[in-house]
Design a protein around this ligand. Sequence first.
Ligand code: DX5
Length: 221
Amino acid sequence: MMIAIEPSILSADYTRLGEQAKEAEMAGVEGIQVDVMDGRFVPNITFGPGIVRALRKVVKVTLDVHLMIVEPERYLNEFADAGSDRLFVHQEACTHLHRVLQTIRELEVEAGVAINPATSLNALEEVLDIAEIIQVMTVNPGFGGQEFIHSQLDKIRRLRRMLDERGLKTPIAVDGGIDPTTAPLVVDAGATVLVAGSSVYNNKTSVAQNVAALRASVKKQ
Ligand code: DX5
C-alpha cells in the first residue's frame, strides 16, 4: 500500500521556506501541505495564495492546501490559480459543502474535505461520493506540535469501513501529531496520506532523516 508523506510547512523555518520545501522534495515526499489559517476558523493566522504561488515555482510535488478559514468558497479561485493541486475545506466552515466540493472539482483541483476531532462522520455521509480525499484531524486545528488525539483512530477505522461499504477507494489523510510512533497506528486504521509538521521540521534532526524515520515506521505495514 503506497503511503504518502506530506510535511506541513507550518513548522518550517519561514526565513527559508523555499529551501525547506525543496529539502522535503529531495527527501522523496509525495506532497507538501500548506496550512492556511484566517484567525477566525482557527485562533492563528498563516499563509495566503502568494505562498502557494511561490512554492509552486520551487517544487513539483503535490501542493496540498488545507483551508482552515471561514467561507472558503470566497478564495477557491485564488488558491487554484496559485497552483494548488489539492484543496481541503473544513466541513465545519461550509454552509454549502456539496457545492463547494463541486466547485473545486470544476476548477480541476482535487477536492478534499477535512473534519475536526469533535465532528461526527455522519456530517460527511452526503458528500462521500464527491469528496476525492478526506482528512481526519488528529489534533484540534490551529497549531503544530500538539499531542495526537488517540480517539480519532477508531474514527479513521469507521470511515474506511463506510467508504469500503460504498465501494469507494477515497484515500484518508490524517493531520496532527503524526510521528514515527503514531504513523503506524493511523496506517493500520486505514490512513494512506500522512501530514506531519514538527516531526519533519525541527532543530533536532534533518528533514531527510525525519522523512526517512517516518517512512521506515510504516514500511512494515
Ligand atoms: C494544524 C495543522 C497541521 C500541523 C501539524 O492545524 O493543520 O498540519 O501543522 O503539525 P504537527 O505534525 O506538529 O502536529
